[in-house]
Design a binder for this molecule. Structure first.
Ligand SMILES: Cc1cc2nc3c(=O)[nH]c(=O)nc-3n(C[C@H](O)[C@H](O)[C@H](O)COP(=O)(O)OP(=O)(O)OC[C@H]3O[C@@H](n4cnc5c(N)ncnc54)[C@H](O)[C@@H]3O)c2cc1C
Length: 378
């Protein structure tokens, strides 16, 4: 097996915390990945599968188990039964942003707004990654995975993955276990062949982030370039030279609250309906169309409210840190907790608890962490 000399997880996670694992294995092919996982599960050892380490908050103690780093790469084209679409099947260890660049370069739409999200393709379904109203549930077809309970490989359609706002059946939420302990081997997406021309941008959130007017047309490459620039300005692309990126991205999730609770928050607090951010389309079966387009049903859905706004308006400014601590809020983005160099997991956890306390006493809700917590508690 491709064992490598264990190094601390702080060197393999973007938040730069984590003790040394007992065993570290790099799996460069799917066969290696399957074999090492089966062996590890048979041994009963604790295990952790690692992609780019960009959504993990790991404690300072040594990890008494096996860490398997997924290093498989490759993109395979497959036909789609939908005219104007193609499918791509991608190995789990492939870089997510390389895949976005690949799709844009070939005129394939569906992931351009998620350019610059760090990490691997195999980890992307774990929290149904998303940005600016686009998320992978919109293009994900199926995953091939290895279940811990059976040690068998199977193909599971997207509809069975419990994909929701930054969650899925694979995500270990704070204090929980994942509902389906499994390792994703490949991910298949269906993307629209739109080419390199300019098109109207779908999605109000994306248009707003890019400063586009409704109806304004741009190319996929333009969207990718501008998304990357906007993200860079917020410290949301990995950059060794920028300590604001020594983070796990957004540390707290935007809070999902009932419409009645949302009404108790100040009007200025940004909020969005939980439904996906696509421009409304009313589909009326031809047989039922009598020449009148009905008004949309007014069902009140849950509301997503801006955790960054809640943090800043609980009195904590960007760059905030506790005395003597090497953990601080990013100087560019109030949602990102950053390691300013040599900070321990405990220092970051202390800051996270402090923020949760301030937001709770000011607004009455407890912000939930977005990264997966391993060996650390809030
Ligand atoms: C600067 C920055 C910006 C970010 N911006 C965004 C953003 O805009 N939107 C967003 O959604 N996220 C964002 N993130 C979070 C993160 O990039 C994503 O969640 C990403 O998908 C994590 O990928 P990874 O390979 O680094 O996963 P890791 O951190 O290695 O793992 C995360 C979890 O997935 C599990 N896992 C990893 N690989 C597999 C696999 N093959 N099968 C099953 N489980 C697996 C791990 O065990 C762990 O529980 C950001 C992070 C950073 C640091």
């Amino acid at each position: 097996m491709p064992d490598v000399t264990p190094v601390p997880l702080s060197r393999m996670t973007t938040l730069r915390t984590g003790g040394t694992p007992a065993r570290l294995i790099d799996a460069a092919t799917t066969d290696e990945l399957v074999t090492v996982l089966r062996d590890t599960w048979a041994s009963g050892d604790e295990w952790l599968v690692l992609g780019g380490g960009s959504n993990l908050f790991v404690g300072d103690e040594p990890f008494d188990g096996t860490v398997v780093r997924v290093r498989t790469t490759g993109i395979e084209w497959m036909p789609s039964s939908r005219p104007g679409f193609v499918r791509v099947r991608v190995q789990a260890g492939h870089s997510w942003d390389d895949l976005c660049a690949y799709a844009v370069a070939r005129g394939l739409a569906g992931m351009e707004a998620m350019s610059g999200i760090p990490g691997t393709v195999g980890a992307a379904p774990v929290q149904n990654i998303g940005a600016y109203g686009q998320e992978i549930s919109q293009t994900l077809v199926e995953v091939e995975l290895l279940d811990e309970s059976t040690a068998e490989v199977s193909t599971v359609p997207a509809s069975e993955l419990g994909l929701g706002f930054r969650t899925s059946v694979f995500k270990q939420h704070y204090g929980s276990a994942p509902l389906r302990p499994a390792v994703i081997l490949t991910v298949t997406f269906e993307l629209a062949e739109v080419g390199h021309g300019e098109r109207e941008v779908v999605g109000a959130q994306l248009r707003a982030a890019l400063g586009l007017r409704p109806g304004e047309a741009v190319s996929l490459a333009w969207i990718r370039d501008h998304v990357l620039a906007v993200r860079r300005a917020k410290g949301m692309v990995l950059d060794d030279a920028d300590p604001d990126t020594y983070s796990a991205g957004s540390f707290f999730q935007n809070a999902v609250v009932s419409p009645s609770f949302a009404r108790t928050l100040p009007d200025e607090c940004p909020r969005w309906p939980l439904a996906p951010d696509v421009d409304p389309v009313t589909i009326i079966p031809l047989a039922a169309y009598d020449g009148v387009v009905p008004a949309p049903a007014s069902v009140e859905s849950d509301v997503k409210v801006s955790a960054a706004w809640l943090i800043e308006h609980s009195g904590l400014r960007k760059g905030f840190k506790l005395p003597q601590s090497r953990a601080a809020l990013s100087t560019k983005h109030a949602l990102a907790l950053t390691n300013r160099g040599g900070g321990t997991a405990e220092e970051l956890a202390e800051l996270a608890r402090f923020i949760q306390g301030r937001v709770q006493s000011e607004f009455g809700l407890v912000l939930q962490p977005e990264p997966v917590l391993v060996g650390v508690e809030l």
